[in-house]
Design a protein. Structure first.
Length: 130
């Protein structure tokens, strides 16, 4: 897949772990869901929950074990989270605006701000955040 505002083709990625349950894992799917809910209530987003489960509990892939994504498990238990990509784009927009206050002639930054705002607008439309 190509990048949104560039000429490149993107980056290659590694393969996800196998879909079968690893032999060393003693937890059942219900236990994994309880862990996800507990970590979600502590204020972690789905990306951080996945990292904690992988590093601390040796759970390679939640979806292959529970047949549900982490975000779906959180949503079923009433824990809503704002999409991480949206937050990151908002931070990026704020940083570019701060940069443009001190460097008013920086045309590259102005173009970057326009592209970032266009992405934000598309994401707002996608998530229906009007």
């Amino acid at each position: 897949m190509a990048t949104m505002h560039g000429h490149g083709k993107g980056k290659s990625r590694s393969h996800s772990p196998k879909a079968e349950k690893p032999y060393w894992l003693k937890l059942e799917p219900k236990d994994i869901e309880e862990l996800v809910v507990k970590l979600g209530k502590e204020g972690m987003n789905s990306d951080m929950i996945g990292l904690v489960l992988r590093d601390s509990y040796s759970i390679p892939n939640v979806k292959s074990l529970t047949n549900k994504k982490i975000s779906k498990i959180l949503k079923e238990n009433g824990i809503n989270e704002e999409p991480l990509g949206f937050k990151n784009l908002q931070k990026k927009e704020e940083n570019i605006k701060k940069h443009l206050k001190t460097n008013k002639v920086d045309k590259t930054a102005k173009k970057g701000l326009q592209l970032t705002q266009a992405k934000l607008h598309r994401l707002k439309k996608y998530y229906k955040m009007y």
